[in-house]
Design a protein around this ligand. Structure first.
Ligand code: SF4
Ligand code: FES
Length: 252
């Protein structure tokens, strides 16, 4: 058992249409070894015991892989530490007596479903618009490793592929731009020979879907890179711009 006492100010919103408001909660006996989500579990257990509605928040893997745990903590996506997700944030980052504000991602393209849970279906639709490589699986398959790829290219593609689709980049951006996410997904394939045949349609279709979903424009503020738990570099946005412009210019 720990001994931290905290005041939590948490966004409660019954459903997508409800107005929503910050509600105060006191929690005690919080151990510094708990993760932020475990601390919320302690509060929810108590709320359930008291016959109250528990706080809805998204989570799945609890080890920094799935990107579900999208919480805006004290004004920052995933809280005060860099390069981690909320599920990797530990309570030792806070002090006894702290007041902590917890909100959902704020972006028009990520509507709140309930309390701290937002709908990130827009990311799925962008991905479906071009974030794949088409492969004919009817015989004549070539082993992916049969094609030599320069180490630098494969490293950069791997770094881009580390994006977990959490949406922190959108939440951090004053324009609610999704450029870092789309740039990571486009770069992952643009850097590999297997991704080149569909590179043009991929860049055009994913950017078009991004605009359709209502994400804002990128004005090179850079907050996305700072708040990204997977350290996705702005270099990818430059690559997306090159890919997109090249595809636009060669349109028939
Ligand atoms: S680019 Fe970073 S912040 Fe944006 S969705 Fe991917 S992992 Fe999350
Ligand atoms: S719960 Fe999966 S990344 Fe946090």
């Amino acid at each position: 058992m720990g001994n931290m006492k905290l005041t939590l100010k948490i966004w409660r919103q019954a459903d997508a249409k409800a107005k929503g408001a910050m509600v105060d909660y006191q929690v005690s006996d919080i151990s510094e070894d708990m993760s932020f989500l475990e601390m919320l579990d302690v509060l929810n257990d108590r709320l359930v015991r008291e016959g109250q509605e528990p706080i809805a928040f998204d989570h799945d893997c609890r080890e920094g892989i799935c990107g579900a745990c999208s919480l805006f903590i004290d004004g920052r996506p995933h809280g005060p530490s860099r390069h981690i997700t909320t599920c990797q944030l530990h309570m030792r980052k806070f002090k006894d007596g702290d007041v902590i504000h917890v909100e959902p991602w704020r972006a028009g393209a990520f509507p709140v479903i309930k309390d701290l849970v937002v709908d990130r279906g827009a990311f799925d639709r962008i991905q479906a618009a071009g974030g794949f490589v088409s492969v004919n699986t009817m015989g004549n398959l070539v082993d992916a490793n049969a094609q030599p790829i320069p180490k630098l290219d494969s490293d950069k593609a791997f770094d881009a592929a580390a994006c977990i689709g959490c949406g922190a980049c959108v939440a951090a951006c004053p324009n609610s731009s999704a450029m870092l996410f789309v740039a990571a997904k486009v770069s992952q394939y643009a850097l590999l020979p297997q991704g080149r045949p569909e590179a043009k349609t991929r860049a055009l279709n994913m950017v078009e879907q991004m605009d359709t979903e209502g994400f804002g424009n990128c004005t090179n503020i850079g907050a996305c890179e700072i708040e990204c738990p997977k350290d996705i570099s702005l270099e990818n946005i430059a690559r997306l711009n090159r890919e997109y412009l090249g595809a636009e210019l060669s349109k028939e």
